[in-house]
Design a protein around this ligand. Sequence first.
Ligand code: ATP
Ligand code: MG
Length: 527
Amino acid sequence: MFAQLGSTFGSLFIVWTMFQRYFPLHFQAYIDQYLRRLVKAFDPYIHIKFYEYSSDRFRCSEAYVAIENYLSSKSTEQAKRLKGDSVKQGKSLVLGMDNEEEVLDEFQGVKLFWSKLETHNKSTTISYYPTSGKMYYKLSFHNRYRESVTKSYLNYVLEEGKAIGARNRQKKLYTNNPNDDRSYHNTRWSHVVFEHPATFDTLAMDPKKKEEIIDDLVTFRESKEYYARIGKAWKRGYLLYGPPGTGKSTMIAAIANFLNYDIYDLELTAVKDNTDLRKLLIETSSKSMIVIEDIDCSLALTGQRKKAKPKKEESKAEVVCPIKKKADEENEGKSSSSSKDDSKNSKVTLSGLLNFIDGIWSASGGERLIIFTTNYVEKLDEALIRRGRMDKHIELSYCDFEGFKVLAKNYLSIDSHPLFEKIRSLLVETKITPADVAENLMPKTTKGDATESCLENLIQAILKAAKDEAMKKKKAEEEEEKALKEKEKSKEKIEEEEKQQPETNSILKSDKEDAETSSSNSIEVLK
Ligand SMILES: Nc1ncnc2c1ncn2[C@@H]1O[C@H](COP(=O)(O)OP(=O)(O)OP(=O)(O)O)[C@@H](O)[C@H]1O
Ligand SMILES: [Mg+2]
C-alpha cells in the first residue's frame, strides 16, 4: 500500500515539476515543499540526480556527459522525442533524449528509470549564463536495489559512457595564434576538426619498425600507474627525422588516429617568449600530442645555441620560416644593427624549450606525447634530443620494397604484379622517397585499369632518380677533385713564395742597413 501511495505521489510530483512554471513563484515554493514531504514519506524509490554543470557552473560534469553517452543508444530505441546533438567522427548524427523524456534500463534483473529534466530558474537576477534552469538526469530505482545500483550499476554506466564518448570523440587539430592576433581570438589556440585518413596500415615503412612503434605507443597509453609510481610526468618524446617526403607528418597523423589524441601543432615562431610558451602548454589538454615540425628551423630562428643550418629547398623554407624570411629582408643593409635585430627575433630560448619538454609545466594533465620532426637531426643540440627528453628516435627513410608494397596496396589495391620483381631490384640500388613513389602510383585517369601504367611510371621515375643520383655523385666528385687541385696549387704557391723568402729577406736587410747609416749621418749633421 505504501509503495502504491508512494508511486502515486511520485507521479504527482513529476506532473508538478512539469507544470509548476505556470504558477506564481510563492505558490510554487509552497506546493513544492509539501509534495516533497509526502513523496519522501511514502516513496519506496530512490532518486539520484546528475546535474549538467558543477556548482561553479564552469565545468560540465563528467558524470553527466558519460550518462548522456550511455543513454544515447537506449534513447534512440525508446524515446519519442529525440535531440540531434553532436556529430560522430564527422560522419553521422548522435541522437539523445529530449527534455522530460524517460528511458528504461535493466541491469542484472533490476529495472532502472532514467529521465532528463530541467530545474526551473526562479531567480529574477540578470545572469551572464542562459536563464533557463539546470539540466539533469534523474535515476530512479527501488530501495531494495540500493546497494547493487550504487556499487555496481553506476560504475558500469560511467565506464560504458566514457568508452562510448571516446569512440565518438572528434579529434581536434590546434594551432597557436600569433601573438598580435590574440586580442581578436582571445585565446592562445584555435582549432579545427582533425580528419586525416593516415593510419599505421597505410604508412609505408619497415614492418618490424612499425610494430615496435605501435608497441611503444600502447605501452605508453597503458602506463598511467607506472609513471605515477616512478614519479615521472606521464609523457613521452618522439623525434622523427629523415629527408623530406619520407612520412614524418604522415606518421604524426597515424599516431593521432591510433591513440585518438588531439594534436597541438606548435609554431614556435609565433610564440613571444618562454613565458608565453609555458602558458600555451598549460592550456593543452591531456590525451594530446604537442608537435613541433622542423625543429631545426624554429630553433635557428631564436638565435640561440644553434644558429647555422643548411638551407632547405627554397619552396619549403618559405613555408616553414616565413618570419625568418621577413626578418632577413628587413635586416638587409643594416649590418650595424644586426645584433640588435637578432635579439628582437630571439623569442623562445633553447633552455625555455628544454624546460617545456622536461614536463615541469606539463605535469598537470599527463598523457601527452611531444613530437619533433626534422630533416637535419645532426644539426640539433644534443641537450634537446637526449633520451629522457626525446625518448624515442625514429628514422624515416627512403622507400624500400616493403614500403612500396604498402603503397601499392593503398593506391592500386594490389598485393602482387609481374613488375614487382623489377621494382624490388631497382629499389635496392636507388634512393626514392615514399612521397615520390606515392605520386607515381596515383592513377591519373579514372578510365580503365591504370595499374600497369602506374607501375611503369614508377619504374621510369626510379630510373630517373638513379640517373640524377649518379650525376649528382659525379658532380660532387668532380668538385671535390677540383677543390683538391686548387688546394695543391695554393700549397705549391706558398712553398714557392717561402723559397723566395731568403732572397727577399737579404734585400730587405741591406735596405734597412742603408737607412740606418743615412739616419745616423743626418743626426751628426744636425749636431
Ligand atoms: N612513409 C609513408 N607512407 C605513406 N605515405 C607516405 C609516406 N611518406 C610520404 N608519404 C606520402 O607523401 C606525402 C608527403 O609526406 P609527409 O608530408 O609525411 O612527408 P614529411 O616527411 O613530413 O616531409 P617534410 O620533411 O617535407 O615535412 C604524404 O601526403 C603521403 O601521401
Ligand atoms: Mg612534414
